[in-house]
Design a protein around this ligand. Structure first.
Ligand code: SF4
Ligand code: ZN
Length: 304
């Protein structure tokens, strides 16, 4: 196997590009994919202050490193979810990266600031933990960005993640979610801009990128992931990809090119925030008196 660029020994093949790369040219390939995603979707304004949502896993650390490699100057924010040893180890990896590379990592701790953990929220709501976790992450990352004057929150969602979410949304024709499934969600009243610069890289590539760049990441899966239906969708898509390389990229990027606008025109797709009221407890935009996050906090912190 030879590198497509220099014909030296290749360390990884990327079948959907029908190419293999040596370590240096693989790093260049990853940067080029991120640069293209940023350009194609007008993700970043040079004036923007960016904060990367860092979980300590391969995707978010690769994203942070790739943005720095492309001469952006993002800071990172780690959100402690209180998932036992898994959260402690993840924080160690995030801190180690920040210290090694001399970049700024902020830390937000759910238990210290809000009085509950994701396992406690899951127990209190009798629901799968990922719902409470996703809601908490969106709410607290947005709040952190607004309070600290970051214009943009960058997240490490990769091509595999986005294709799996898209499959789930299409299977149920979730038109409102399809309207919002895009690598850029513009800033609206009460919401910072959100971007997903890794949508042109698969998770196998972000893992290889971290190994080649010497980034030590959290390799364990979240112990609360079981039951997350996106894992099944990923499995199905991986089997398709195996038989027909390029299927995931064609599915997701084809949606963005040919179909997303049709759903964005959906009346429910209005996301200007102008029609929303304010949570009477935290001030976040909401359609109800008390926002979903504050309601979750009440349930998770009230004694049975
Ligand atoms: Fe949160 Fe679920 Fe991800 Fe675990 S797997 S970090 S519970 S969203
Ligand atoms: Zn609230």
């Amino acid at each position: 196997m030879k590198c497509r660029v220099c014909r030296g020994p290749a360390v990884i093949d990327v079948r959907r590009h029908n190419a293999a790369f040596c370590p240096d040219h693989f790093v260049t390939h990853c940067r080029e994919q991120v640069r293209r995603a940023i350009t194609d979707h007008h993700m970043i304004d040079p004036e923007h202050r960016i904060v990367v949502a860092v979980s300590g896993g391969k995707d978010s650390l690769a994203l942070w490193d790739l943005l720095v490699g492309l001469d952006y100057q993002p800071d990172g924010v780690y959100l402690g979810l209180g998932i036992g040893e898994y959260s402690n180890d993840s924080l160690d990896h995030a801190r180690a990266y920040a210290t090694d590379r001399g970049v700024t990592l902020h830390e937000v701790d759910l238990a210290a600031e809000q009085g509950f953990t994701i396992p406690a929220a899951a127990a209190a709501t009798h629901r799968a933990p990922c719902g409470a976790c996703g809601l908490s992450k969106r709410h607290l990352l947005n709040r952190f960005a607004l309070e600290h004057h970051y214009d943009t929150v960058a997240t490490g969602h990769n091509l595999d993640d986005e294709a799996a979410v898209l499959l789930g949304n299409v299977l149920r024709w979730e038109t409102e979610y399809l309207a919002r499934q895009h690598p850029v969600l513009p800033a609206t009243t009460g919401f910072a801009r959100r971007i997903k610069p890794l949508v042109r890289l698969g998770e196998r590539e972000t893992a290889a990128y971290c190994v080649i760049r010497g980034i030590d990441y959290q390799v364990d899966e979240c112990p609360m992931a079981a039951g997350n239906r996106h894992l099944h969708y990923k499995d199905v898509l991986n089997r398709l990809e195996q038989r027909s390389p390029g299927s995931k990229a064609a599915f997701f990027h084809g949606f963005l090119d040919h179909a997303h606008d049709r759903f964005a025109d959906h009346p429910d797709g209005d996301d200007t925030g102008a029609h929303l009221g304010r949570c009477t407890e935290c001030g976040a935009p909401t359609t109800t008196d008390v926002c979903a996050f504050c309601r979750l906090r009440h349930r998770a912190t009230s004694r049975p």
